[in-house]
Every structure is written in C-alpha cells, then in structure tokens.
Ligand binder design. Structure first.
Ligand code: ADP
Ligand code: ADP
Length: 239
C-alpha cells in the first residue's frame, strides 16, 4: 500500500533537454528517503514536481490514490494540505513571531483570512506550542523570526510543516545553509519527528555522509536518471 507512486515522469524546461528522464518510484508509509546527487542532477525539480510547484512534461504522480496531474481543484487542495514542505532558506515570514509562523503551516486547512487576522483556535495554538517545545524553542515562541539563528529558523520550518499533520514531508536541501554541527541537529529533529508523527519524508541532500546516517532508503539521481535506489548500507562511493 503505497503513499506515492511516480510513473514515467519526464521533465524538460526548454522542450529539448530532459532534466528528468522516465522516473519510476514508489514511496511507502514511514520511509525516510534521502535523494542525493551532484548539483544540476534534477533533485530540486523532482521535489518541486511532487508538490506541483512545477508541472512535468509527462507522467503520473499518484498521491494517496489520486493522480495529481489529473486532479480537480478540490482534490489538489486536499493533496497539498497533506504535503508539508521545508526549504533551504526557511521561507519564514520574518516580521511575524515564531508561533504565528508555525500556525501558518495550516494554510489550506484554515482560510487565508483567518490566518491574516490571527484567528487560530486555542487547540491549534497548543499544538503549535507543543511542536515548538519538542524542538527546543519553547522559550522563543514570541520572538520575531528574524531574531533567530539559521538552525532555529529551520526548526521553526519543521514545526510549520508538521503543523498541518501532513502524510508526506518534502525537504529541499534543508541543511545546505547550515554548519555541520547544526546540520546534524536539524537532521535529528527531522528524522525523529517524522518517525514520531508517522510521516513519510523525502529529503534532498548533497552531503552523502549525513544521508547515510539518517536515511532508511537512498535514491541517487544523476543527469536526470535514478542511478541508485536502496538501503544506505549498499551505497558505494562511485555513484
Ligand atoms: P539539483 O537540485 O540536483 O541541483 P535542479 O533540479 O535544480 O537540480 O536542476 C536540474 C537541471 O534543470 C539543471 O540543469 C538546471 O539548470 C535546470 N533547471 C532547474 N530549474 C530550472 C528552471 N526553472 N528553468 C530552466 N531550467 C531549470
Ligand atoms: P538549486 O541547485 O538549489 O536548485 P539553482 O541555483 O540551480 O539552485 O537554482 C536556483 C533557481 O534558479 C531555481 O528557482 C531554479 O528553478 C532556477 N534555475 C536553475 N537553473 C535554471 C535555468 N537554466 N534557467 C532558468 N532558471 C533556472
């Protein structure tokens, strides 16, 4: 019983070169998948497809039973609200406080109007505070996002993504802007919380050592093709 099925996915930005070529992958519940590969391999494009930030040239993306490329507006909205996204540059609202940034993770489940006017339920606030406490930010919930360090901002990013109770978590180079020690800490939070909340995660990284440490499955992409798809133990240095 798979959560996400990708079939014959092909992408060309210019109509000539295929930056992804006939990708076929199945993702199951509770996997923690790391996608690795050199710069320009197609990793970001792949992540952005699944979230439908870019539209593929061909293929199918079946998420939780719906073909997202054929889905109507309501099905798409429902699917998106089940997919959390974590970004390299955090994408926080810098002038907003930490708590509000996390509550905004529910956009799609609440109206933009309610969000703008801060109309969140007490229950939601409590959930956001609990998440922030789990990543050690309980003391900082009323700080402005731009007062935080990069590692703290990414912890907020993780909480925001989990606030919507997603089935799938997508992270595009979540530690690329952080130092090695902070990177490991962020990966620990991401891995542990994914497990705890039963979320399937797909994380793009270019640090192979960190990928091996956390992934339950590694997918290697090179020049738009899957060149490795297995348990990290089987990864050799030459992919
Ligand atoms: P990676 O994340 O592995 O570095 P990307 O998915 O960002 O790879 O890029 C794959 C290829 O697609 C690269 O050759 C890149 O230049 C190209 N590309 C990425 N985004 C765009 C875009 N918006 N328009 C045109 N080409 C793009
Ligand atoms: P990354 O490697 O993290 O994907 P890039 O520097 O490749 O970052 O891309 C940064 C932005 O530029 C992305 O939004 C990407 O879509 C866009 N981009 C990358 N390559 C191209 C390209 N050849 N033509 C147009 N846009 C591109």
């Amino acid at each position: 019983n798979s959560l996400l099925d990708i079939r014959h996915l092909t992408m060309s930005y210019d109509g000539k070169v295929n930056v992804l070529k006939d990708i076929n992958l199945t993702f199951n519940k509770n996997e923690f998948v790391v996608v690795i590969g050199p710069s320009g391999a197609g990793k970001s494009t792949f992540i952005r497809f699944i979230n439908l930030l870019v539209k593929p040239t061909g293929g199918e993306i079946i998420f939780d039973g719906d073909d997202l490329l054929q889905a109507n507006t309501n099905q798409l909205k429902a699917a998106r609200s089940n997919i959390g996204m974590i970004f390299q540059d955090y994408n926080l609202i810098e002038r907003s406080n930490v708590l509000k940034n996390v509550l905004n993770g529910q956009l799609g489940k609440i109206s933009a109007f309610d969000s703008i006017f801060g109309r969140f339920t007490e229950e939601d606030k409590q959930r956001a505070v609990n998440l922030l406490e789990e990543v050690g930010l309980g003391e900082h919930i009323y700080k402005r996002a731009d007062e935080l360090s990069g590692g703290q901002m990414q912890r907020v990013g993780i909480c925001r993504a989990l606030m919507q109770s997603p089935k799938l978590l997508l992270a595009d180079e979540p530690i690329a802007s952080l130092d090695p020690a902070t990177s490991r800490l962020i990966m620990e939070y991401l891995f542990n919380l994914s497990n705890q909340y039963g979320v399937t995660s797909i994380v793009n990284l270019h640090q192979v050592a960190i990928a091996k440490e956390f992934a339950t499955r590694i997918i290697g992409i090179k020049k738009g093709e899957v060149v490795f798809d297995d348990h990290p133990d089987y990864l050799t240095d030459d992919i």
